[in-house]
Design a protein around this ligand. Sequence first.
Ligand code: G3P
Length: 217
Amino acid sequence: MKFFVDTADVGEIASLAETGLLDGVTTNPSLIAKSGRNFLEVVREIAEIVKGPVSAEVVAMDAPTMLREAEVLRKLARNICIKLPLTMEGLKACKALSDEGVMTNVTLCFSANQALLAAKAGATFVSPFIGRLDDISQDGMELIADIRLIYDNYDFKTEILAASVRHPVHVLAAAKIGADVATMPPAVIRALAGHPLTDKGLAGFAADWEKTGQTIL
Ligand code: G3P
């Protein structure tokens, strides 16, 4: 499973990139607003830190303008992935970009039929929003499972990018189903490493090592 971080916080991205565990980054207009920074500037910086796909989202509602925005975003770096909404206009723009070999991420996917359309439009990634479905009492993970089944049935190459991930259990469930990618807030990536028994065990080893009076270096 590939790990993307879902943030526009350059400091967080740089710190997580140092672990070597980061395969890409996703941003959206809300995350850009939260960063308080210039969109193009921040995306350019992110794309220098992480070599994998960096999703930058268009904001137009019509395909021709989306394509013009995509032109601007693509020029920022070679690893920019154009993020488009799952609307008919977004799919139209996705098809045009895919035909040109441009990386695309179709976002705001809330149904398996929408995901089917994204695959037919040649999307590199489709982003089903797990947490937002859970928020309205629909099972977000069921959507991931349905998309996995459909994509495997037809051997679609579009990668399932589990988005709107809120906690480690989402990551575990998406990994069991076989989502190709999980994009997570920085805190969720860090939480994956945590376990109270790891902390307890480590404290025990450190205390016992101290008693030996030895050093390795
Ligand atoms: O980037 C899209 C998605 O991950 C947003 O998540 O938590 O705002 O539903 P959330």
